[in-house]
Design a protein around this ligand. Structure first.
Ligand code: ADP
Length: 155
């Protein structure tokens, strides 16, 4: 059985923290689908097309990683992709509290999909897309928080 995992999130924008989780995830899964959840009530800070474009550029040479956007329930998206795993990253106990509620709910919605957590490397534990957006909004330097492709493209 091919082990396919969906890594769902906003990726607004992708950070070095996300990339660490994807790299570690590739040691466990055969394929990872980075899935950008679209929320009609919530516009992103960076446009969806831009976020997809960055992800495609970053993973252009990694055939085991693909990029998609989706609407609706993550477990329903998993079903359409024949993915039996949801990959999520953990930075802290607060992340665990939040993530465990979502994972338990997803299990009740679809028992065929298992959520797998990977702990972040401590050097990335303080990084979130929210912090990146805040620093960027105020003209600060985000080069230690996001991949170089993003820095090059927003220069
Ligand atoms: P969401 O809006 O669903 O939280 P994000 O794009 O912010 O989407 O995050 C997607 C996933 O990546 C989540 O599991 C989140 O915990 C994880 N993540 C975000 N930042 C980091 C980080 N610095 N280290 C490890 N995991 C992270």
């Amino acid at each position: 059985m091919t082990r396919i995992a969906v890594f769902p999130g906003s990726f607004d924008p992708i950070t070095l923290g996300h990339m660490h989780i994807i790299k570690a995830g590739l040691t466990v899964f055969d394929r990872i689908i980075i899935a950008i959840g679209q929320n009609s009530n919530k516009q992103g800070y960076f446009p969806l097309e831009q976020r997809i474009h960055w992800l495609e550029a970053i993973y252009a040479d990694e055939s085991r990683v693909s990029i998609q956007s989706y609407t609706g329930l993550t477990v329903d998206f998993c079903r359409t992709q024949q993915a039996h795993f949801i990959l999520r990253g953990l930075r802290s106990a607060a992340d665990f509290e939040y993530e465990s509620v979502i994972a338990q709910t997803n299990r009740t919605l679809n028992a065929d999909v298992e959520t797998v957590f990977i702990l972040t490397d401590p050097q990335y534990a303080h990084i979130s897309s929210t912090i990146v957006k805040e620093v960027h909004r105020h003209g600060g330097d985000i080069s230690k928080l996001v991949p170089g492709q993003i820095i090059d493209s927003i220069k």
